[in-house]
Structures are given as structure tokens and as C-alpha cells.
Write a new protein. Structure first.
Length: 226
């Protein structure tokens, strides 16, 4: 976003967009949400998918934030591939930047934003690898080209140019066991310690409900100021 020098003006159209912003106008009440946040998350996911009418928006896209060895944050978009009472699952190359960072600091923050329904969910908690069997099962369900790419791509490493990757993928695709899930590829599960559900409301007086894990007692529900 560009700003006028010294804040003396506005980017054309941006101020008007902010003032005209619509809200979901659906109250998020403590008395109406389930005791377990994963149930509310599942409900919101279903609604986000059902109400998505665009080809460009992927309701499973979520931002994953990690930190490196020096404590510097890093964020990128990954795809949510499953969730249950144990946590939220995504897949990646374990030797990628995020894989290395999660090995050093196995804790992450996730953000899922659904602009078409004016909702956002934040999740944070420890991260662990899923079982090898689960990773292989999902890997084998992917299109062949995606499997080959996952095998040959040294994710996050510097390469000379795209032709290097294309040549590696073509050569590997000719091999007999070209699509066996490699040891360096698999899933991570974020085990939620907190869930925060944000819903847009009129005049920017948004609703924010946070669930905090409370040991054996389950979850503590809190309302946050917007």
C-alpha cells in the first residue's frame, strides 16, 4: 500500500472502501457457541466452503507463523488438510525453512481468514509430526505430478533457474518408483492451546471470542475487545 508523503493525503478509493465496509451483522454470543472450539471451527469451515462462489478463493488456505533460530518470525500460506480434536494438519517438506524452524521451535500460530463471510480464526499451540502412515496415505492421494514435484524440489533452497527443477521432475518421472513418499516429506499437526474467533460487526465493533485450554477442565471462554 502506498501512502502520500507525511500522511497528507489518502490512496484513492481506500478511505471510501474502509467506510463502506460491510459486516456479517451476525452476533457471536457466548451463550450460543459450543463448549469445544473445534466444533465451532468445523461449523465455520463448512459455511466458508458452502458460501464460496469464487474460483480464486481457497477456504482451506491459512497463514502459518514460525520463528527461526534467532527468534525472527516467518510466515507463509499453507493449506489445511484436516482437523479433529487432536489438532489442525498441514503437509510440507521437513527440510524446508518452516520444517527446520518447527524442529527447532515446535510451536506455531495459524490464521484462517474468510473475507467472503467476514470471519477469521486464530490458533496457536505446539506442533508435532503426524505418523509416517498418515503422511504416506495423504501423499499417495495426491496427483502424480504433485508427488514428483514434492520429491525433487529442494524446498526453500536456492536453485539456478526453473529449468533445473523442470529437468529434475522430468527425469524422476521416468523412474520405476517415481512417486514413493520420501522420508523428508510429511505432515505436521498443530495442537491448539488457544482458538480465537473473530467476526465482523457494524461500526467495527467486532466480536472476538477466545478459547483457552484449561487443563483437564477443558476450555475457558473469554470475550476480547476488538
Amino acid at each position: 500500500m502506498r501512502f502520500s508523503p507525511r500522511g497528507s493525503g489518502n490512496v484513492p478509493g481506500m478511505t471510501q472502501r474502509r467506510e463502506d465496509e460491510t459486516s456479517s451483522d451476525q452476533p457471536l454470543r457466548e451463550s450460543e457457541v459450543p463448549a469445544d472450539p473445534i466444533d465451532l471451527f468445523g461449523r465455520w469451515c463448512d459455511e466458508a466452503v458452502q458460501r464460496n462462489t469464487t474460483a480464486w478463493l481457497d477456504p482451506t488456505a491459512m497463514t502459518l507463523a514460525t520463528v527461526d533460530a534467532a527468534g525472527r518470525p516467518a510466515a507463509r500460506v499453507v493449506l489445511l488438510k484436516g482437523f479433529d480434536a487432536c489438532g489442525l494438519v498441514f503437509f510440507t517438506n521437513y527440510e524446508s525453512d518452516k520444517g527446520v524452524q518447527l524442529a527447532l521451535h515446535p510451536y506455531a500460530a495459524l490464521v484462517v481468514y474468510w473475507p467472503h463471510v467476514r470471519r477469521q480464526v486464530r490458533v496457536s499451540g505446539p506442533v508435532m509430526r503426524i505418523s509416517r502412515a498418515e503422511s504416506v496415505q495423504y501423499f499417495d492421494s495426491r496427483p502424480r505430478g504433485s508427488r514428483v514435484s514434492a520429491i525433487v524440489s529442494p524446498q526453500s533452497r536456492v536453485v539456478a533457474d526453473r529449468k533445473v527443477l523442470e529437468a529434475a521432475a522430468h527425469a524422476h518421472d521416468q523412474e520405476e518408483h517415481a512417486t514413493v513418499c520420501p522420508d523428508h516429506w510429511g505432515g505436521f499437526r498443530t495442537q491448539p492451546e488457544t482458538f480465537e474467533f473473530w467476526q465482523s460487526r457494524a461500526s467495527r465493533l467486532h466480536d472476538r471470542l477466545r478459547y483457552v485450554r484449561d487443563g483437564e477442565a477443558g476450555w475457558c471462554l473469554q470475550r476480547l475487545a476488538p
